[in-house]
Design a binder for this molecule. Structure first.
Ligand SMILES: Cc1ncc(COP(=O)(O)O)c(C=O)c1O
Length: 377
């Protein structure tokens, strides 16, 4: 079988079956190259001018906005998903009896900010369990009521790939008048998401997974009616006139337009931003639809093969790029070690063996996973 066309874009030896992109994607050659060039820039600071503090940031806003069908003005560049989620949590008022809805075993960056809000306000964080019939969307929708002030969920669960129908969750949140926040870290870049379909208050994504970027560059889009929120940090670059370096001490209370106030401090990271730009340009160029259609058959092959080995997966809708295989708990650690010895890389998350392929994988990688599992089990 010919190798998938994108494999050569990555530095993955033939002997390695890397099926762990929900952990992080391997870096593209040209993203590495962009980083190497970028890291040298500060050797010559006289070549770094005021425009360099803004241009890559603006390009990232455009690229991220394009991915989610939103306006670039609404995008902020943040150091982590938790940063954006903490910004939202710092701006919500809640009180005793109010409820914040999350999924059971949701990624901690989308739980701790809400627990903190709950501790400050007396509200309660309600973690909705996945029901036995696998219909997590309906379970979330039923949990949302007039006491709900926040619904903060992913598009798909980071452990198992369990998929939520965000339109239905959005509708329920809207009816309850709750803030609706989507952590798309484990879906954006491989699953389509358009803000016009779900009208969220905020979309958040770390950039180092399915967005192919470096660690520590993430994104958030903030709905127009939330752009008056207070930022977590009060940095010089968030204020109007900050392009004029000679006059930064003409202090002003006015923020730059849109969501720029929510950028992290020193967001103009000269070493990392060119890498993030190259990464988002690649996702845009390859297109989410194409990425998805190349990854989905691999995940299906993993599921079918695992079932023929007597393993089970979770019932209910799942995303086509992450699958959680249920293994007997006593064998999990040993199996993962056997897989790593065979250069097959996956993760253990909760009680699941999490498999998450990408465009560089092929059916031979899947066969290697299944063959090793067959021997190890
Ligand atoms: C669903 C989800 N959100 C966010 C993150 C990363 O969070 P942060 O950027 O706050 O480190 C991860 C990392 O695995 C994740 O799976």
């Amino acid at each position: 079988m010919p190798p998938p066309m994108e494999r050569a874009a990555f530095d993955i030896p033939d002997a390695v079956a890397y099926l762990n992109c929900a952990y992080m994607t391997p870096q593209l050659h040209w993203v590495t190259q962009a980083g190497l060039t970028a890291v040298r820039r500060k050797q010559r600071p006289w070549e770094i001018g005021p425009a360099d503090f803004f241009d890559d940031l603006e390009r990232l806003r455009e690229l991220f906005a394009h991915l989610i069908g939103a306006d670039a003005d609404g995008v902020a560049v943040v150091p982590a998903a938790s940063y954006a989620l903490s910004t939202a949590a710092a701006n919500v008022s809640a009180s005793v009896g109010d409820r914040i809805i999350v999924l059971a075993d949701q990624y901690p960056s989308n739980v701790y900010p809400w627990r903190d809000l709950a501790q400050r306000s007396g509200a309660t964080v309600v973690a909705v369990e996945r029901p036995d019939d696998g219909d997590w969307t309906s379970a979330v929708v039923s949990a949302v009521d007039e006491r709900t002030v926040v619904v903060a969920v992913p598009n798909c669960h980071f452990m198992s790939g369990a998929l939520l129908d965000l339109r239905r969750v959005a509708e329920a949140s809207r009816s309850a008048g709750a803030l609706f926040v989507v952590d798309a870290t484990q879906s954006l870049g491989v699953l389509p998401l358009h803000v016009s379909d779900i009208a969220p208050d905020m979309v958040v994504a770390a950039g180092y997974k399915w967005l192919l970027g470096p660690y520590s560059v993430g994104y958030t889009w903030v709905a127009p009616h939330r752009r008056e929120w207070r930022p977590l940090e009060h940095h010089w670059a968030g204020r109007t006139g900050s392009e004029n370096f000679a006059d930064l001490t003409s202090y002003t209370d006015a923020f730059r337009p849109g969501a720029r106030r929510f950028d992290g401090g020193e967001a103009s990271n000269f070493a990392l931003l060119p890498m993030a730009v190259a990464a988002l340009e690649t996702v845009t160029d390859w297109s989410v639809e194409r990425i998805r259609s190349s990854v989905e058959p691999l995940t299906t092959a993993v599921v079918e093969g695992a079932m023929s080995l007597g393993l089970s997966t979770h019932v209910g809708p799942t995303a086509g790029h992450i699958v959680g295989l249920k293994l007997p708990p006593q064998s999990l650690t040993e199996v993962v070690q056997r897989l790593a010895d065979a250069h097959v890389h996956v993760s253990v998350r909760g009680g699941d063996l999490r498999v998450s392929p990408y465009v560089f994988n092929d059916l031979a990688d899947v066969a290697r996973l299944l063959d090793t599992l067959a021997v190890a089990l």
